[in-house]
Ligand binder design. Sequence first.
Ligand code: SF4
Ligand code: SF4
Length: 723
Amino acid sequence: MPVRIAVGMVVTVVCVAVAGRRFHWISRLVRSGQAAPERLRRDLGRKAEAEVTEVAGQRKLLKWTVPGLAHFFTMWGFMILLFTIVEAYGDLFQPGFHFPGIGTSPVLGFIEDFFATAVLVALGVFTVIRLKNAPSRKERASRFYGSHTDAAWLTLLFIFGVIASLLLYRGAQVDTKPSQFPYGDWAFASHVIGAGLAGLGHGVDGTLATTFLLLNVAIISGFLVFVSYSKHLHIFVAPFNVAFSRRPRALGGLDKTPDMDMENVTEDTVFGAGFIENFTWKQMLDFVTCTECGRCQSVCPAWNTGKPLSPKLVVMALRDNMFSQSSRLLARKAAPAAAAGQDGSPDGRAQGGGHGEVATAEAEALVPGVIEPDVLWACTTCGSCVEQCPVDIEHVDAIVDMRRYQVLMESSFPHEAGLMLRNVESQGDPWGLGSSKRTEWTQALEFEVPVVGDMIPDDIEYLYWVGCAGALDERARRQVQATARLLHRAGVRFAILGPKESCTGDPARRIGNEYLYQEQAKANIATLAAAGVKKIVATCPHCFNTLKNEYPALGGSYEVVHHAELLDHLVRAGKIVPGAGYTGTVTYHDPCYLGRHNRVFDEPRTVIDAIPGARNVEMRRCRERGFCCGAGGARMWMEESIGTRVNVDRTLEALGTGADVVSTACPYCMIMLDDAVRANGKEESVRVLDIAQLVEESMHLPEPAGPGRGAATWTGTTQPAEG
Ligand code: SF4
Ligand code: SF4
C-alpha cells in the first residue's frame, strides 16, 4: 500500500473514531432528558420549511448583514466543498480522481474555487469582526464577552487550513499534472496558485501536491474531532435543533402547561427545573447547540443595563453543568429506579445498573451555584434572545422552568414579589384593590358601558378585556377610556366583565407560580364560558398574549385581538377618521408581548401614520429589535437595584429621537416610560400616550364635562342605552 494512502487512512480512521465516540456520548446525554413527545410530531412540512429558511437560507443570521453574509458563504462553502473532500480521498487512492459524469466539468471547478475563495474572504471578515468586538477592548459591550474566544480563533485557523491546503494541492497539481487536473482554466484560484508555484519546478511541486493533499485530509479529520469537542458542534446539531424547535418561534405562550391538579401530585412530582435532569431532551439539545455567538447577549435588556443576566451565559452554564453531570445523567438513564434526583431533591450519586454506567458526579442544584438568583430573576421574558438566536434556542422557557422550581418546590423568590402574588390570589389583581373598583374607569365616560351580567348577547361583538392595570391604575385608565370612546364612536358593540374580570395570571406565570396562574386561568375560562364569550379585544398585551396563546391549553379558546389591531381595522374601514387635532413628532415603543411575541408591528404604526399631523420617527431598536420597558416577566413587581433601570435606558433612546410624544399600546409600558420621562424631568415637554389617546386627541373628541354615565350592569335581556 502506498505510504500516502496508509498515512491518510490512519489519520482519518483515528479521528473519525474519536469524533464518533464523542457524538455518540452527546447523543446519549441529550436523550437522557425528560420526554418532549410534542417535539417529535411528524409535522414534516413545518420542519422542512424551517430547514430551508433557517439552515439553508440562514434567515436569522442574515438579519445581521455583514456577519450573516460571511456565515452564509462559509456554511455553503463547506457544503460545496464536500465535493472536494470526496475528491481528495479519491485522489489518495487514484491520482487524478474525479466524479463520474460531472467530475471534469469546468463549472464544478469554478464553483469549488469560487466558494473556496468566498470562505477565505469570509474568514477575513470574521477576523475583523472578532478583533473589533474583542472582549478585551469592549468588555461587557462585546457580544463575545464570556464566549470561548480561543476556540473561536482556533476554528478560524482550522477553516483557513482546510481551504489553504486544498488550494495549494490543487495549485501544485495544475503545475505538475495538468492532464490529471480535470477542470481546465475555470478553476481560477487553483490556476493562480499553480502559476505562483510554477517556479519551484515539477519535482518540488509533485512533492507539494502529495504533501498538501495529505495535509488537507489531516486538517479535515482533525477539524472533525475539534468540532465534536467545541462550540462548533452546532455544525452538526443545529439542523436537528431547528427541526425540533417550536414553530414559527418559541415566543408568545410558554411551551409547557404542567398538570397542576393536586390530586395527581405524588412525592416524585417535580415542577419546573431544579436540576439539569429536569429539562427535556430538546432543552438539552438547545444547550449543546449554542454557538456562543452572543447575539442574544447583545440584545438582552438585562445585560445591556448592567445586570448579571446574559442569556448566552445561562445557556453555556447549563451546558457545562450538563457535561459535568454526565456520569450521573447517563447512570440515571441506565437505571432510572436506582437513580437519585427523580424527586427533584437528589441525595447522592446514581448507581448505574446493567449498562456499566457509574455516576461520579454529585447532584448539583441549578440555583444558586450554576445560575445565581440575581441572574434568574433579572429576566423580563422580553424574548429578544429567542428572536435573535440563529439556532432557535428557547431561553425564555428554560428560565421560566427554573423559576417554577424555585417558586413551587423551594418557595424561593424575590420577597417584594410576594405581595403581588398574594394580591392576585386574594383580590384578583396585583395591586390588591379588589373587584369592586374594576368599573370605576367607566365613570368618566359620557356613555354607558355594558357589564355582562349573564350571557353576552349576539349583537355584542367583543368582550372588552380591560386588564388589571387598565381598570385600576390612573394612567392606564386613560388608555382604556380612550379606547372605549373610539370603539363607541366607531359603532363597535362591546361589553365588559366588570367585577367578574380577574387577573389573567400572567405575572404569576412569568414569575414561576404556575399553580396560581392556572387557578386564575381556570376561573376566568369558567366565567367566559358561562357568558358565552367568543371574541375578545384586549388593551394589555400581556392579557392579550395569555388569552390568545395560553388559555387554549386549559380549554379556553377565543378569537382575541389587541386594540391596536382593532383600531387599525377601524381606521382602514373609515370608521375612525383621525383629524388635525394633533401635530407633532411621535416615536412608537413596541411592547414586547404585542410586537416580538405576537408580531403586531405594523398595525399601531398604521394608526399613527393615519394621523395627518403626526410624524413617526423610529428608535434604533424597534420592531423585532424593540427594547423592553423593563416590566415584563413580573419585573414590574420586583426591585431593580443592579445596574441602570431598563425603563430609563429605553426612555433615553426615545427622548433622543426628539419626539414630543412617546407612544405605545401597553399599560405596563405606559407606566414604565412615563415614570422614566418624569425621572428625566421631561414631563413638561414629552408626553407618553397610548395610540388610542393620540388618535382621540387628533379627533378633538370632547372631554366629558362632568361625571359620565359609567357602567351599566346588563343581564343581556335589554339593550344598553347609547351615550
Ligand atoms: S427574555 Fe429578554 S431579558 Fe430575558 S434573557 Fe432573553 S433577552 Fe434577556
Ligand atoms: S443562545 Fe443562540 S444567540 Fe445566544 S450565543 Fe448561543 S447561539 Fe448565539
